[in-house]
Design a protein. Sequence first.
Length: 364
Amino acid sequence: MDSKTDVTLTTYSVLRLDAEALSDVPWDVVVLDEAQAIKNPDSQVARSAYALRAEARIALSGTPVENRLEELWSLMHFANRGLLGGRADFRERYEAPIALGNAERAKQLRRAIKPFLLRRLKGEVARELPPRTDTVLHVELEEQERAVYDAVRAATRNEVVARLREGGSVLQALEALLRLRQAACHVGLVPGQEAASSSKVDALVEALAQAAADGHKAIVFSQWTSLLDRVEPHLKEAGLAFTRLDGTTRDRGAVVETFQSEGGPPVLLASLKAGGAGINLTAADHVFLLDPWWNPAAEDQAADRAHRIGQDKPVFVYRLVAKDTVEEGILALQSRKRAVADAALADGGAAASLTRDDLLALLD
């Protein structure tokens, strides 16, 4: 490194690729922005971060706990090694008891990290922000959609539930849930099935048309670009101009600039991964989450593209949820996952992470 340099800026990819060279430097301070990038302690980037030598270490993150309390351990292992002990000790002392509802252990964890944690909620640092309103839009599946959904559920449930109870693969359960979630959104996403539209897409387009007619701009998030593909023709049919941001987008800046401009299209279609962080979309005051994800932090990050500094209008966030499907179970699971962060970082009560019992409940 250049000895004349005061500040070095780099990426997590470079940290991973040049770990040896960066760990040889005696840094004064190392700051990790979006520190959830090291949430998996077994990942190469996390191990590279641990290896950095520094007099002071700071981890910045809006979502220090997304799925499991172990993610908090990883950030603390970087910032203040030894504070929470080793991984096995942390699981036994904190993670497992808190997952079982031990409020006293949650209190002990908060007490341990409090001197090293500075938490600022959006309402405390951006008091000028307009309100955000979250609403669930329940969608009733039509008869054909219900038949396909029930068929997918029947084909997967018995086998997967049996294997889970016998200690089988959680990945197999997640694959079953994927098919169920897709069937709840659009029959055409199910292998071997075709459909011109879906109840959820119809409800979305109707809501977008109303929002555009009232002068609002909207972002539509989905985890599946294949679902966004099926939304596009209906937007064209409704005469709604749109632009799109996903993993194939070459010039993200141009797409954002187009949408943000006063004369830009009223709708932006975005994949949750590509549009969920690092961009400003304050031209929108309506956000539609087309398919619920069991990681509520990812959804909140997506919604925050619109509800952030620079926004001068109230923001409305809509979650489209198919009635009597696995999506309703996912909403309940989201509430439990939010409690994971509260248990460690606030004065919340007990929490639980994604367990076999959660998966069994979603398939039930």
